[in-house]
Design a protein around this ligand. Structure first.
Ligand code: ATP
Ligand code: MG
Length: 271
């Protein structure tokens, strides 16, 4: 295999509607690595994930995001997906009238054929169905699932099955899983952790954004990052994730009093 690709985030500042949220994030991640991103509510974890995939609401005001030296800040979400970026949303949207299989066929066609124009050149149905069937077999997902409407009435576990199926089909180089949803029931946690165990490997770098200890027990991160007030204030290994689960963020705030003060200030200005 060639050198693993690297995603590099340098001094990233991001505003939402003129309010600065990220204030100088530095992070590096390579294909094949598992990272955990933790931090208290409102510290900026989802903001970082949305910014990385190019959500238009999040404006980069300073700093850079690059893949193997190519700056991606000016690229639209579709172009970023082609370079191997993937985000599973904390709150996935329901798209009425679009079936799981149709959605995946469009997504895969977009990623694999950069010159594709909307509505043209979809991946041939036979090839697509074979790949979908093989992948669903491998993941023990009933094929009937492909005929459901996307996220329409999905249980927590089914939303996660969709997420894992997308990962398996799209094969991103850098996957961000925002799993902070408090509605993540035990079925959903099991689907994600088993799916990740099956899919992770040298081709995929994974960033798991979570407060759920079980996810990280089954997918042990080599790096754990802690975000506070829009910055990554600490990076450690899996032991750091354990410590945060056991003791919460009081220790982090004590170790980083300036960031803790900024956190307090931001909270006061919004209430
Ligand atoms: N689209 C938006 N519009 C307005 N404010 C936003 C938006 N997105 C994020 N923010 C603000 O940015 C800050 C960081 O929010 P973010 O959702 O990134 O935190 P988080 O670390 O993901 O929190 P949680 O653990 O609750 O998921 C918060 O103060 C939030 O109110
Ligand atoms: Mg969040």
């Amino acid at each position: 295999m060639s050198e693993p690709a690297a995603l590099k985030i340098e001094n990233l500042h991001v505003s939402v509607g003129d309010i600065p949220i990220l204030k100088g994030v530095n992070l590096e991640m390579r294909q094949g690595e598992t990272h955990a991103l933790m931090g208290p509510n409102g510290s900026g974890k989802s903001t970082l994930a949305y910014t990385l995939i190019g959500h238009p609401k999040y404006e980069v005001t300073e700093g850079s995001i690059s893949i193997d030296g190519t700056d991606i800040v000016e690229l639209d979400p579709c172009e970023r997906a082609r370079l191997g970026m993937f985000l599973a949303f904390q709150y996935p949207v329901t798209i009425p009238g679009v079936k799981v299989a149709d959605f995946l066929r469009h997504a895969i066609s977009n990623i694999r054929n950069p010159d594709r124009k909307e509505g043209e050149d979809l991946m041939p149905m036979r090839d697509f169905r074979k790949e979908l069937r093989d992948t669903m077999d491998e993941l023990n997902i009933d094929f009937e699932f492909a005929r459901r409407y996307l996220n329409d009435g999905f249980s927590g576990g089914e939303k996660k099955r969709m997420e894992i199926l997308q990962l398996a089909m799209l094969k991103p180089r850098f996957a961000f899983l925002d799993e902070t949803d408090s509605g993540l029931d035990s079925d959903a946690v099991r689907v994600v952790s088993e799916g990740l165990q099956k899919l992770s490997g040298p081709h995929m770098g994974v960033m798991i954004i979570t407060h759920h200890e079980r996810l990280l027990e089954y997918n042990i991160p080599q790096y754990t990052h802690v975000m506070l007030a829009g910055r990554i204030v600490e990076t450690g290994d899996a032991a750091l994730a354990h410590e945060l689960h056991a003791n919460g963020y009081a220790g982090v705030r004590e170790r980083h009093p300036e960031a803790a003060a900024e956190e307090l200030q931001a909270q006061e200005s919004t209430t």
